[in-house]
Design a protein around this ligand. Structure first.
Ligand code: 3PG
Length: 394
């Protein structure tokens, strides 16, 4: 199967799996529309080629039909971004949906209801996948954020609907995230933050095989400090990961990777925005105080270490970025950077440096798994999927 050409698309019903799993407030207002905006290029392209677009997504983790997880709040913003009125179905399969699909004019968009209203979605049930597939003539996966799930609308459907190709967003994510790690321009630096070593073991181990410099920040550093015999006060420590922290430090040494831990930290006397805080050397955290961010000297050292690097991948926040006064550790202006992982995306947005990054991933778990070197079922299922699947033609 080659790339999709214009002839393949005109008048064709295209099932597009997107990831519209966006945050909503209590009044069902979208608080971050990044994922909707990210899906627009593919849908606009299909519209311009005269396709009939059937959009599918999940939202949240509903158990059965749950109104607060309806995709209805997506419609106004999506319509605005596309410049056409999107029609919404009340279901994602069944006779009513089939009727709506049959009446779709060329260049129009139908948004199906939350595909997770059916438990068969997450079970990757073949009968359910077949029903989704029966709605369309071809399949486009643009849901990078959900590509690590082998669900009916991301994986199963491809068995019944060919061609199955990657949308522009999925492709772009793979180009950046796979490209950067498999053939990085060197020196290649990785910044890994986050509160737990346990959730970052895979990504640290995988990056240690490839990067030249590894900077560690976030709450996990206290487990590393403790493993080195430093006192950490009441900072967060994973006691059962001390041995692992030691072996990661040893592995970095053996590989010749320059692994830097922060040399100073911001500490607080309680975990609250009004806490008393001070900066101390990493080796001098007093009892009763907890580390919440990397210190100014470390920010300088980290920036210096990054100065001549060509590729920087950043996964996970450096500090407790929810508290303004501890946000400094996440602010690293002026770098060419690939940001992977939902929490680091929130961090760069919060400190206003999002626009200087070269690529900000729309995937949390998906980008983490990709950086860990895992294969994503939603990508593998596409035609000629390795390493980069068949794509939509621009
Ligand atoms: C995400 O937000 O990471 C994706 O939309 C996947 O959602 P899930 O973790 O509920 O599968």
């Amino acid at each position: 199967v080659g790339d999709l050409t214009e002839g393949d698309l005109k008048g064709k019903k295209v099932f597009v799996r997107a990831d519209f799993n966006v945050p909503l407030d209590d009044s069902q207002n979208i608080t971050d529309d990044t994922r909707i905006r990210a899906a627009v290029p593919t849908v606009k392209h299909l519209i311009s080629k005269g396709a009939k677009v059937i959009l599918s997504s999940h939202l949240g983790r509903p158990k059965g039909v749950t109104p607060k997880f309806s995709l209805a709040p997506i419609v106004p913003r999506l319509s605005e971004l596309l410049g056409i009125q999107v029609v919404k179905a009340d279901d994602c399969i069944g006779p009513e949906v089939e009727k709506l699909v049959a009446g779709l004019p060329e260049g129009s968009v139908l948004l199906l209801e939350n595909v997770r209203f059916y438990k068969e979605e997450e079970k990757n049930d073949p009968e359910f996948a077949k029903k989704l597939a029966s709605l369309a003539d071809l399949y486009v996966n643009d849901a990078f954020g959900t590509a690590h799930r082998a669900h009916a609308s991301t994986e199963g459907v491809t068995k019944f609907l060919k061609p199955s190709v990657a949308g522009f967003l999925l492709q772009k994510e793979l180009d950046y995230l796979v490209g950067a790690v498999s053939s990085p321009k060197r020196p290649f630096a990785a910044i890994v933050g986050g509160s737990k070593v346990s959730s970052k073991i895979g990504v640290i181990e995988s990056l240690l095989e490839k990067c030249d410099i590894l900077l560690l920040g976030g709450g996990m550093i206290f487990t590393f400090y403790k493993a080195q015999g430093l006192s950490v006060g009441s900072s967060l420590v994973e006691e059962d990961k001390l041995g692992l922290a030691t072996s990661l430090l040893e592995k970095a040494k053996a590989k010749g990777v320059s692994l830097l831990l922060p040399t100073d930290v911001v500490i607080a006397d309680k975990f609250a925005p009004d806490a008393n805080s001070q900066v101390v050397p990493a080796s001098a955290i007093p009892d009763g105080w907890m580390g919440l961010d990397i210190g100014p000297e470390s920010v300088k050292t980290f920036n210096n270490a990054l100065e001549n690097t060509q590729t920087v991948i950043w996964n996970g926040p450096m500090g407790v970025f929810e508290f303004d006064k501890f946000a400094v550790g996440t602010e690293q202006k002026g770098m060419t950077t690939i940001i992977g992982g939902g929490d680091s995306v929130a961090a760069v947005e919060k400190v206003g440096v999002a626009d200087v990054m070269s690529h900000i991933s729309t995937g949390g778990g998906a980008s983490l798994e990709l950086l860990e070197g895992k294969e994503l079922p939603g990508v593998l299922a596409l035609d000629e999927a390795t390493p980069v699947p068949v794509r939509l033609e621009t």
